[in-house]
Design a binder for this molecule. Structure first.
Ligand code: FAQ
Length: 337
C-alpha cells in the first residue's frame, strides 16, 4: 500500500513504544518525554502525541510557507504574457505551476495538524496570515524574473534544504520534492541573468538594476537577526529549524557573491568583503526598519497581492462548485454500482 511514512520498521517500532498519551500534553513530564524523542532523532508523525505549542508553531510556519508559495506566483504571473520568447514563456509557466504545487503540498502538510485549508486560506484573504516579505516587492523588468529565480529561489533553497530534516514528517517529506524543484528554478533564474549580463550594455544594466532591487529583500527572507528572532531558539530545540536565521543568511551570501562576480555584476553592499579569518563574507547592515514595515503595511505591493488572491478566490467559486458536484455524482455512481 502506498504510504508517505518513510520511517524504517525500527523507527516505527521505537515511535510506537514511546507513543505518548494524547491528553494533557503540556504537562512538564510529557514535554520532557517529547523532547527525548526529538533528541533521539525520531520523526514525529501526524498521529503522534505532541505538545500544543509544537503543533501550533508548525501550523504557523507551514501555513505561512504555503501562502508564500501561492502569493509568490503573482509577480511572475505578470510576466507570462511578456516573456521574450515562446521558450521562456513555457519555462516560466512551468515554474509558476510548480509554485502552486508547493503551496498544495504545504497546505496538505499543515492540514495534518488539524486545521483545514479553507480556514488557512481565509486567514490569508483577510490579511491575518503572514507570507514572505519578498513577494511584496515589485518586478518591473524581465530581469526581475531572472533575479527572482536566482536570488529568491536561491534563498528559499538555502532555507529549505535543512527543513528536509525537520522533526515533523509530513513537512520534511514535502520539502524533499519542493527543494528538487526549487533547484531547477534557481538555475533557470541564473541562466536568464547570465544571458542578460553577457548581452548588450543595456541588458547588463537591466540585470544590475534588478540585483540592486532584490539583494537586500532576499537577505530579509531569512527572517530577523538571531537576536530579534522570537521562535528560533525553541524551534531549533524541537528540530523544526536546524540552523538559525543568521547562519542560513550567511550561507546564502557566501554561495551567491561568487556567482555575481562570475557575471561581472555588483552586489549593492559597499561593506561586503571577504573575511579571510572567518572564511566568509562580512556584509553591511540590513535595514530591519524596512523589513518590519513591509510585514506591517504590506510594502509596495501587499494590497495588490491580497486583492489578486481575493479576486481569484471569487472567480474560482464556480470551478470549486463544479468539482464538488462532479465528485458527488461520481461517488453516487460508484455506490449504485
Ligand atoms: N516575511 O522568530 P522568527 C519561496 C516573521 S518560499 C514575513 O525568526 P521563524 C518559494 C515570523 O513569521 C519563501 N514574515 O520566525 C518561491 C515571525 O512572525 P509571527 C517562504 C517573516 O518562523 C520562490 C516573526 O517574523 N519560505 O520563496 C519573515 O522562526 C519564488 C519573527 O521571526 C518559508 O516560509 C519574512 N521573510 O523564522 C515561491 C520557509 N521572516 O509568525 C515563488 C519556512 C520572519 O510570530 C517564487 N519558514 N517573519 O507573527 C521558515 O523557515 C521560518 O518561518 C522563517 C522565519 C525563517 C521564515
Amino acid at each position: 500500500m502506498y504510504s508517505t511514512d518513510l520511517r524504517t520498521e525500527k523507527e516505527k517500532k521505537s515511535a510506537d513504544q514511546q507513543a505518548l498519551p494524547t491528553s494533557n500534553l503540556d504537562d512538564a513530564n510529557l514535554w520532557d518525554a517529547f523532547q527525548k524523542r526529538i533528541d533521539n532523532g525520531d520523526i514525529i508523525e501526524a498521529k503522534d502525541a505532541m505538545p500544543e505549542k509544537y503543533r501550533a508553531t508548525l501550523l504557523r510556519q507551514i501555513s505561512q510557507h504555503a501562502h508564500s508559495e501561492i502569493i509568490g506566483q503573482l509577480p511572475e504571473g505578470n510576466w507570462v504574457t511578456r516573456a521574450p520568447t515562446l521558450k521562456r514563456k513555457l519555462i516560466l509557466l512551468a515554474k509558476i505551476q510548480d509554485e502552486a504545487g508547493h503551496g498544495l503540498y504545504l497546505y496538505s502538510a499543515a492540514e495534518t495538524l488539524g486545521r483545514s485549508r479553507d480556514d488557512m486560506v481565509a486567514d490569508l484573504l483577510s490579511g491575518k496570515a503572514k507570507y514572505s516579505t519578498i513577494f511584496n516587492y515589485p518586478a518591473p523588468s524581465w530581469a526581475d524574473i531572472g533575479t527572482i529565480g536566482w536570488l529568491v529561489d536561491g534563498a528559499a533553497i538555502t532555507n529549505q534544504i535543512p527543513l528536509c530534516r525537520c522533526s515533523y514528517g509530513p513537512y520534511a517529506r514535502a520539502m524533499v520534492r519542493v527543494c528538487k524543484e526549487e533547484s531547477f528554478h534557481q538555475r533557470q533564474g541564473y541562466e536568464i541573468v547570465t544571458v542578460l549580463a553577457q548581452g548588450t550594455p543595456e541588458q547588463k544594466q537591466l540585470a544590475q538594476d534588478s540585483i540592486n532591487r532584490y539583494w537586500w529583500p532576499s537577505l530579509m527572507m531569512f527572517g530577523p537577526s538571531d537576536s530579534a528572532s522570537t521562535h528560533s531558539s525553541q524551534n531549533m530545540k524541537w528540530k523544526i529549524k536546524r540552523h538559525s536565521n543568521d547562519v542560513l543568511r550567511q550561507r546564502f551570501i557566501d554561495a551567491t557573491v561568487p556567482q555575481a562576480e562570475f557575471l561581472g555584476l555588483t552586489i549593492p553592499d559597499p561593506d561586503l568583503k571577504w573575511n579571510e579569518e572567518r572564511g566568509s563574507y562580512d556584509h553591511g547592515d540590513i535595514d530591519w526598519g524596512e523589513f518590519w514595515a513591509v510585514i506591517k503595511d504590506g510594502g509596495a505591493c501587499g494590497k495588490d497581492r491580497i486583492r489578486a488572491r481575493r479576486a481569484a478566490a471569487k472567480d474560482g467559486i464556480w470551478v470549486r462548485a463544479a468539482a464538488e458536484a462532479y465528485a458527488k455524482k461520481q461517488a453516487a455512481k460508484k455506490q449504485a454500482a
